[in-house]
Design a protein around this ligand. Sequence first.
Ligand SMILES: [Zn+2]
Length: 255
Amino acid sequence: MIDTHVHLYDQAFDTDRDLVVERAKNTGVRHCILPAIDKSSFRAQQECLARYPWFCHKASGLHPTSVNTDFRKELDFAYSNLEGAVAIGEVGLDGYWSREFMEEQILALEEQVQWAREKDLPLIIHSRSSFPELLSTLKKCRYPGMRGILHAWSGSAEVFREANRYGHFLMGIGGVITYSNARLAGVVQEFDLAQIVLETDAPWLSPVPFRGKRNESAYLKYIAEKLAQLKDVSAEKVVGQTTQNALSLFFGVKK
Ligand SMILES: [Zn+2]
């Protein structure tokens, strides 16, 4: 399995990070992608990448909730640290926590989509309470080869389909799928496994039976199992296909 979204460098793991990695390996997680947030978490991310080079892969970008009046400086910083990144992220729009800097968030997203284009990298996109703005930005910035993950997807099937008219986007599915949320279950059932990747978003959004507790990559299997149940296929099939999707997106590995 590949955990396509985990903040392993978060301080929530400071006391037992080696054990967390060990547990992930023991449950079959072979790789994980560490999305950046901003300058303040950069050093921790770098340390984590250096400690587990065979396990952790770097994404570079500016998280929408870290976009404020200083965002140009933050973007310059993220851009200067693109080396070795397998993706641009996490980027996107968040109108849930605050809409104060929505205009700046859109500008930051537009610029980072240009980086993805220039470097030919996938995007890891966070979008919360901002679907109209997300779609108009993707439409405006689209280019042949635009691709990525719509991480922690919480939108409708229609919005996901529209995003896929502008680029090739996979649906990032995490712990939320294990909550009694009929809506997301319905959305997932409308798409093929070829369009889905697994993620934990740890330390947040733990799947059942760990809901409310700290999340970690070892729990990815609960997400795979829930997806298998929803799609009426084996967990092995879910793992095989979603791993292939992630390998192809981040490492260009074809079947
Ligand atoms: Zn994240």
